[in-house]
Design a binder for this molecule. Structure first.
Ligand code: PEP
Ligand code: MN
Length: 264
């Protein structure tokens, strides 16, 4: 279902009137995690002011350490929904367990994110395949392209064809940066599937100063959009502080993408 052979035309995924996979580059921005109502209200304001039309934020967080902040859960979705609604921004947030789905429906989450650690959680993929919400499927940190395509096929096989691929960097021998952004995956996926492809430069590089260069490379390589971490005050972020852009940096980055997209 997800292969280009089965469907020649590019698929456009509609998210509350915002189109992903069409002519316009879409940037999904926001903090790594939902912290406080004030932080989310400010974040939503800055996301909208930068010209982004979709917002991200994690309420259920897949943390390496069980002692690290795990997210506010349902309470976080409530804060996120309240903040984003003020600016009519559709919300993107990670689902870690099918038991959270009722809560996601209650807060009318617009896009479900499946994180890198769950790309091959097949039962979870089957569950999101049964519902009619757009899904961002992040690449497993050590997943091959064909494993990633098959993971998407699990979702599509259940009837949900609203799938967006997100390249977020893969594990290699290099330790200078958090992951290696696999730019090659962008033209490969555009060739192999009809579905939109976006890039998360934040979790790829792991440092805020790398985000603009990786974003620009992604758009030049044909990505349909970006998923970027931005925090009103990055040094105070509860999670992934090193890689969060400031509101000004996000605005500046947004100003550079149109010319690149227009040139290809
Ligand atoms: C995230 O986007 O919040 C996240 C945890 O990313 P990843 O699954 O790519 O590590
Ligand atoms: Mn993060």
């Amino acid at each position: 279902i997800v292969s280009r052979e089965s469907h020649r035309e590019n698929t456009i995924v509609d998210i509350g009137g915002v189109q992903l996979g069409g002519n316009q580059i879409q940037v999904i921005a926001g903090p790594c995690s939902v912290e406080t109502q004030e932080q989310m209200d400010l974040s939503a304001k800055y996301v909208a002011e930068a010209g982004c039309r979709l917002m991200r934020g994690g309420a259920f967080k897949p943390r390496t350490s069980p002692y690290a902040f795990q997210g506010h859960g349902a309470e976080g979705l409530d804060m996120f929904r309240k903040a984003a609604s003020q600016y009519k921004l559709p919300i993107v947030t990670e689902l870690m367990d099918a038991r959270q789905l009722d809560t996601f429906m209650e807060y009318d989450v617009d896009v479900i994110q499946i994180g890198t650690r769950n790309m091959q959680n097949f039962d979870l993929l089957k569950e999101v395949g049964r519902i009619n919400k757009p899904v961002i499927l992040k690449r497993g940190m050590s997943a091959t392209i064909s494993e990633w395509l098959m993971a998407a096929e699990y979702i599509a096989a259940g009837g949900n064809h609203n799938i967006i691929f997100c390249e977020r960097g893969i594990r290699t021998f290099e330790t200078y940066y958090r992951n290696v952004l696999d730019v090659t995956a962008i033209p490969v996926l555009k060739k192999e599937t009809h579905l939109p492809v976006i890039v998360d430069p934040s979790h790829a590089g792991g440092k805020a100063w790398m985000v603009a260069a990786l974003s620009q490379a992604a758009i030049a390589a044909g990505a349909d959009g970006l998923l970027v971490e931005m925090h009103p005050s990055p040094c105070d972020a509860w999670c992934d502080a090193d890689q969060a852009l400031t509101p000004d940096e996000l605005k500046k980055l947004m100003g550079t993408l149109g010319a690149i997209a227009g040139a290809i």
